[in-house]
Design a protein around this ligand. Structure first.
Ligand SMILES: [Zn+2]
Length: 160
């Protein structure tokens, strides 16, 4: 899928990097999910509120901050613990980036296709964890979340 040039995240630089990102070793549905995360089109509570839905905009996991993509994937206590126990170093503290999309693209282009795919799976796993928290009332389990991401990649070699 090509990104939408009308989207605010569009730039010539981003356009060039997208092909690289798209070659990640993961499932098309995961790439599609990441595309939505980068373009801030996931149904986070803040985005649902902006679309006119009456929702509690606070993060269901920590309850401390608004649930934006930046909070969900980087700033939330769950996200921090998740990346700390992650399979490779992801620079979650780099706040020179303008928004989550910028951060995500910058991290993805640093990696090879295999690890790029894994990072996408990890993001996907974090998102689904948040949904479980909301719909099933389950507390997060970081190791399960990471295992799920590895399963999506289909390879245990990354753990070696
Ligand atoms: Zn939170």
């Amino acid at each position: 899928m090509r990104h939408d040039p009308r989207c605010p995240a569009f730039s010539a630089e981003f356009d060039g990097r997208w092909d690289k990102i798209w070659s990640a070793m993961t499932q098309p549905k995961v790439k599609h999910f990441c595309w939505r995360a980068i373009h801030d089109s996931l149904p986070t509570r803040v985005n649902l509120y902006k679309r006119g839905m009456e929702v509690d905009v606070y993060c269901p996991c920590c309850g401390n901050e608004y649930e934006t993509v930046m909070h969900l994937f980087l700033d939330c206590d769950v996200a921090r613990e998740f990346w700390l126990k992650g399979l490779f170093r992801v620079q979650t503290e780099d706040r020179s980036r303008r928004d989550f999309g910028d951060w995500c693209v910058a991290e993805l282009v640093k990696l090879d296709d295999e690890k790029r795919g894994l990072l996408m799976n990890l993001l996907c796993s974090l998102w689904h964890n948040g949904n479980k928290w909301v719909f099933e009332g389950r507390r997060w389990d970081i190791i399960n979340m990471i295992n799920r991401a590895v399963e999506l990649t289909g390879g245990a070699s990354l753990l070696a």
